[in-house]
Design a binder for this molecule. Structure first.
Ligand SMILES: [Zn+2]
Length: 213
C-alpha cells in the first residue's frame, strides 16, 4: 500500500501537483502519424501517441516505477483517441473483422514477479474488453531470460531478441489472425521477430499495436 499523501502526484506533462496527467495536458497529447507502410511481415500497424513528453513520462512511471494508475490513465486516453481518430478507428475495425487474437509482448517477463504486473498484458486486456476480442498470453512464449536491451549494442540486441521468443507448438496459428500488442514500438525489432514466428506458422492477418511509437 502506497500512501498518496506521502507521495504526491505530479503531472507527467507540466509537473503541476495533483494528478499524473492534468486536464490541460490531456488535451495536448500528440498523436503518432498513421503508418502506411507497416514493417514486414506485418499486414498493418498502428500507434496512438508519439513517444515523447507526457506520454513518455507516463510510460516510464507505468513500466519502471510500477505506477499502475499512470498506465490506466494513458490507456483510457488511448481508447478515447481510437474512437475519434479515423485511421485508428479503421485499424480496429479491421482487427475486429479479422477476429484477431490479442498477443501481449514483453521481453521483460522475468521482471513480472517483482513488479506484480505485466504492462503489455494490461494494455491488451483493456483493448480486448473494449472491442470484444480475445487475449491469449499462452501462445507467444519467452523461454529465455533476455538481457535488458539497453545494455547491448545493435547486433547483439537483434540476436538477443531472435532467441527470446517461441510459439506454443500445439496452438493453431494457421489461418488465424493476431494483433501483437506492446507499450512502445520504436525500431520494431521485437515486434518483427515475434511476427516472423507467426508468419512461419501461416498466420492469416498480422497486426501490431502500441500505445506510443
Ligand atoms: Zn499538466
Amino acid at each position: 500500500m502506497v500512501f498518496s499523501w506521502l507521495y504526491p502526484k505530479y503531472c507527467c506533462g507540466c509537473q503541476k501537483e495533483g494528478s499524473w496527467l492534468c486536464a490541460s495536458c490531456q488535451d495536448k497529447l500528440t498523436l503518432a502519424r498513421a503508418k502506411f507502410y507497416p514493417l514486414k511481415p506485418l499486414n498493418d500497424q498502428a500507434s496512438v501517441f508519439k513517444y515523447q513528453g507526457a506520454v513518455k513520462n507516463l510510460i516510464y512511471k507505468f513500466k519502471y516505477r510500477f505506477v499502475r494508475e499512470a498506465g490506466d490513465i494513458l490507456i483510457n486516453q488511448a481508447l478515447k483517441r481510437i474512437k475519434t481518430t479515423p485511421h485508428l478507428k479503421r485499424f480496429f475495425r479491421i482487427v475486429g473483422e479479422k477476429k484477431a487474437i490479442l498477443i501481449p509482448i514483453s521481453l521483460h517477463w522475468y521482471r513480472f514477479n517483482w513488479r506484480g504486473f505485466n504492462q503489455t498484458e494490461i494494455i491488451a486486456q483493456a483493448l480486448a474488453d473494449e472491442f470484444g476480442l480475445k487475449m491469449d498470453k499462452q501462445i507467444l512464449l519467452r523461454p529465455r531470460l533476455t538481457w535488458a536491451q539497453a545494455d547491448l549494442d545493435r547486433s547483439d540486441r537483434q540476436k538477443n531478441i531472435q532467441k527470446a521468443f517461441k510459439l506454443e507448438p500445439y496452438r493453431q496459428i494457421k489461418h488465424k489472425s493476431f494483433l501483437l500488442v506492446d507499450d512502445v514500438l520504436t525500431s520494431g525489432e521485437t515486434i518483427k521477430s515475434a511476427a516472423e514466428l507467426f508468419r512461419k506458422r501461416q498466420a492469416d492477418w498480422l497486426g501490431a499495436f502500441s500505445l506510443a511509437g
